[in-house]
Design a protein around this ligand. Structure first.
Ligand SMILES: *Cc1c(COP(=O)(O)O)cnc(C)c1O
Length: 239
């Protein structure tokens, strides 16, 4: 029994090794083609549904950044994680759950309302932290998705910039499936527009876009951080 579990785990580790190498190769290739030499592009491993052993294996391959979607899943897994990687929150975050994750997150990427930002600011102040965040943008204007709509983004950023315990570091998006190149391009435009405004207390250092299906394209359109789940760990059994 024990040997069987181990050999399954080893198969799974070999699979992650190969995926990791391929993703790094693809990223380098896209970067060489479309980006400047000094630009850095981070690779995040998205851990939803993935057991901590596999997450730790990805860290041993070279992953330095984890992306967490669900508060409860994260809190049940975090004690088993290798703590050398930094952790970002990327899932929809309810205001009443901010308190469970705020101490651990280097960046909360999925901030999509003033109410959520205010709650993050309140807890950050309580624990004496300046929490870095990204504004999540609903670039396709999809009713089913969270995110600030592009037309409201400046106003949103101006409000959040007033909150002393929050620092906006950039933007995050999940483009609609299908026409995603058009939206990657639109997102890059928006990011560059906002960068050029040099808004007070707002940094545009991070453009988080690109997942397993479109990370090379996202790099073409200026992404600084790609978030990979299935491409690294394989298909998820549930969402
Ligand atoms: C699941 C998820 C990803 C990764 O998606 P894959 O297609 O599995 O690579 C990236 N970003 C967010 C916000 C996610 O929820």
């Amino acid at each position: 029994m024990r040997t069987e579990v181990l050999s399954n785990m080893e198969n799974c580790f070999g699979y992650i090794d190969e995926n990791y190498k391929r993703i790094c190769f693809d990223m380098e290739e896209a970067k060489a083609k479309y980006r400047k030499l000094h630009e850095e592009i981070s690779l995040m491993a998205v851990t939803k549904t993935v057991p901590p052993e596999a997450v730790n294996h990805a860290i041993s391959c070279g992953i330095q950044l984890l992306g967490e979607n669900r508060v409860q899943e994260y809190t049940s897994k975090k004690d088993f994680y290798d703590t050398s990687a930094s952790v970002h929150f990327i899932g929809h975050l309810q205001t009443n759950k901010v308190k469970y994750i705020i101490e651990d997150m280097d960046l909360i990427q999925s901030v999509d309302s003033i109410r959520l930002a205010a709650e993050i600011n309140r807890h950050a102040e309580r624990i004496g932290k300046q929490q870095q965040i990204l504004a999540e943008v609903n670039i396709g204007g999809e009713a089913s998705k969270s995110g600030v709509c592009p037309e409201m983004l400046i106003e949103f950023l101006e409000e959040v910039a007033k909150m002393p315990n929050i620092r906006v570091k950039g933007l995050m998006t999940i483009p609609p499936p299908g026409e995603n190149e058009k939206f990657l391009c639109k997102m890059q435009q928006l990011y560059l527009d906002i960068s050029s405004k040099n808004m007070d207390n707002i940094d545009m250092d991070v453009l988080s876009m690109g997942m397993s299906g479109d990370y090379a394209k996202a790099i073409q359109y200026g992404s600084t951080l790609v978030r990979i789940g299935t491409g690294l760990f394989g298909a998820r059994k549930y969402k």
